[in-house]
Design a protein around this ligand. Sequence first.
Ligand code: CP
Length: 305
Amino acid sequence: MKNIISANQFTKDEVEKILSRAEIMEQGVKSGKAEKLLKDKIVACIFFEPSTRTRLSFETAALKLGAQVISAENAMENSSAHKGETIEDTTKILCSYADIIVIRHPKAGTLDAAAKVATKPLINAGDGANQHPTQGFLDLYTIKKEQGRLTNLNIGFGGDLLNSRTLRSLLPFLRFYEGNKFYFISPKELELPREFIKGLKENGVNFEELRSLEEKLPELDVLYMTRVQKERFPDEVSYNKVKDLFIFKKEHLKTLKQSAIIMHPLPKINEIEVEVDADPRAAYFRQAENGLYVRMALLCYALGL
Ligand code: CP
């Protein structure tokens, strides 16, 4: 039994085993022969923040593996959290019903609190701007599948880096692989916290911070765009000030390498012009599909199967 709370908890060996397992899961799903490894298991998904991909891909993953699913969406309103129940009490109860618990919560650190009382494996499906480790895994899987390697890549992260839990979950994995250079592209208001940058410098990470989306575009192998996360802003005025500063436009495709890919954890709102979707380099819908295979592998990993 293993919790999945943060990308930082994994060794390179564990990451590679999970990626290999996800490939097997993909082959199983595509051939209609996915093994029912979770037969007789119950997977609980409790989401205190909205989700389309994470919740539904976890539920699909569980069903493909033969598990049954219990689910609470909009749990801030529709679970007893609305009446003031603590996450600790909710977690204890869910552990008495299900074999594994998937939780999304708006407050950073919630999964650490839940893990202190859990008697079943917990999976972090996103806790505030902190971590979204299963997204990190599916992003890594996507880069490997699309680019054929995880080394010697120029990777640009664009948009709301201040609030991006997906960046914080992918970067620890990419740092296992040599020769990668990272470009953090954002307006000043949405840049990575200085404490985070200090940590990267101390760990010898090769990176540059940029204010212009165009500047290094021709050099990128991966452009990872992120949504400006309205729900993390203190008010509408501060959100409106920055929401449209970084938009990947159809005209940008001309300067992007033919071998490059554009990623986005989704949902995308206004960060990528809709005309870009039809370009084969737009990998974000394939990326979301990969979430199914990766989450199948992660459910098995957490359950020790
Ligand atoms: N990428 C992601 O977490 O999407 P959802 O918010 O739809 O789950």
